[in-house]
Design a protein around this ligand. Structure first.
Ligand code: PFF
Length: 434
């Protein structure tokens, strides 16, 4: 049976779900290690400028496109011009590709939750992590478990599944984060970590940092694959786009900063390096947890928090395609969810084997995991963002008070969509693909 096109039960439910989409591995896993690699506070400074003044524009554009057309990605582009439907397909391709590696990390998190109480005896966490990710059975089973959890909520529908998941998990996430921030701040020498985060040393500034911060800001706001467009398409006429967009940005930024405050004081307090890259969360932190009082509990709390963050984002990634199949092909939600499950599983299984069995299967010299991360971040997400800015800036012709009441702000918004953002996205693609 085809469901009636759903709508959020309230604007608050939408904002919570969109924050759930935005706050994810990008905030807790990626943001701290990119900031660590780029010298701390200077990066934060550049990032804040970009997220508020630049990335708010494509975020608004996705919301405008979704709310205005009340359609998911294929029909939203198709309604403007049937030739543009291809960008809807790009969004779908991006959602499947991002799922393939994002859900592998989601699987690692489930494993770490289960193992949190048995970390005490381990001394070599690097070796522990490498052995785990190289194991074919574990990698596949936990990736599928995470995928299953995401599909479960999407299968149940917008109100009974997506809203419920976010209403339960986001408050719990917030509470856990605050508790862990307090634990981290109570450690000896916590202030060194805070200084690293908040005292800028402008000699560490590099121009490439701007593009890295831009890429991170897009990823963390879930821009560039239709997730925000899709969630926006369930908005009601009276819901405010502007208020929603800035609530999402402010909450996402607060959560990213809190994640830094949870991680860096602990890292410095135990004399570890803040620039250990992707291993920061899976290698450095567990090592720190074993040296803390009640470390098992802290570790458990941390990985549950990470799981909630990843799951509420994963749900939004899956919903892009499911919603498109329902709208465009008049499929039932259940059928669309099962098809999405199979498509993602087909790609995510080989990707999950990138660290073991298929470590020598490479594309352009990258493992499957790295390739899909690279190609989505450097090509597909900026390209999709460019498409949305182009459509909203030139073709959609929304009324001048649709987003901003003020005429000047409306013109500025269109100018940014038409000229400034496309240039930045092209730069991001050109430099990213070099
Ligand atoms: N914003 C999510 C994060 O920061 O982890 C990742 C993400 C979710 C990207 C949804 C794109 C997306 F459509």
């Amino acid at each position: 049976m085809i469901e009636k096109r759903p709508a959020w039960s309230s604007q608050f439910a939408f904002i919570l779900a969109a924050i759930g989409s935005a706050v994810g591995l990008g905030n807790i896993w990626r943001f701290p290690y990119i900031m660590g690699k780029n010298g701390g506070a200077v990066f934060l400074f550049v990032y804040l400028l970009l997220i508020f003044f630049i990335c708010s524009i494509p975020l608004l554009a996705e919301l405008v496109h979704g709310k205005y057309t009340q359609k998911s990605v294929l029909d939203a582009f198709g309604q403007v011009n049937s030739k543009l439907k291809i960008f809807g397909w790009f969004d779908i391709a991006t959602s499947v590709m991002i799922s393939s590696f994002y859900f592998v990390v989601g699987g690692w998190i489930i494993f770490y939750i289960l193992k949190s109480f048995s970390f005490s005896g381990i001394t070599d966490f690097g070796g522990y992590f490498n052995n785990f990710v190289a194991s074919p059975i574990y990698s596949v089973v936990f990736t599928i478990a995470f995928l299953f959890a995401c599909i479960f909520f999407v299968y149940r529908g917008v109100n009974k599944g997506i809203e419920v998941a976010n209403k339960i998990m986001m408050p719990l996430f917030g509470v856990l984060l605050i508790v862990l921030v307090c634990v981290s701040l109570s450690l000896p020498n916590a202030s060194v970590g805070l200084e690293f985060m908040f005292k800028p040393d402008f000699s560490k500034f590099t121009p490439s940092m701007i593009l890295e911060a831009l890429g991170q800001a897009l990823f963390t706001l879930s821009i560039g694959m239709g997730a925000i467009l899709t969630y926006g398409s369930y908005l009601k006429k009276d819901d405010s786009i502007l208020k929603s967009a800035y609530s999402i940005i402010i909450a996402d930024t607060i959560f990213a900063i809190l994640a830094g405050i949870m991680i860096f004081p602990a890292v410095f307090s135990f004399g570890m390096e803040p620039n250990s890259g992707a291993g920061l969360v899976f290698i450095t932190l567990p090592k720190i947890f074993t040296q803390m009082p009640f470390g098992n509990l802290v570790s458990f709390g941390f990985f549950v928090l990470l799981f909630f963050a990843a799951l509420t984002s994963g749900i939004s990634i899956v919903e892009v395609t499911v919603s498109a199949f329902i709208d465009t092909y008049k499929m039932s939600r259940h059928k669309a969810a099962i098809i999405m499950f199979l498509m993602v599983a087909l790609l995510a299984i080989p990707v999950s084997l990138s660290f073991g069995l298929l470590s020598s299967a490479t594309i352009f010299g990258k493992t499957l995991f790295d390739f899909f991360d690279y190609i989505t971040a450097n090509l597909f997400m900026p390209l999709n963002s460019l498409a949305i800015c182009f459509v909203v800036g030139w073709l959609l012709k929304v009324a001048n008070d649709y987003v901003f009441k003020n005429r000047f702000m409306h013109e500025l918004f269109l100018f940014m969509c038409r000229f400034v953002l496309p240039i930045l996205f092209v730069l991001l693609i050109v430099t990213g693909l070099r």
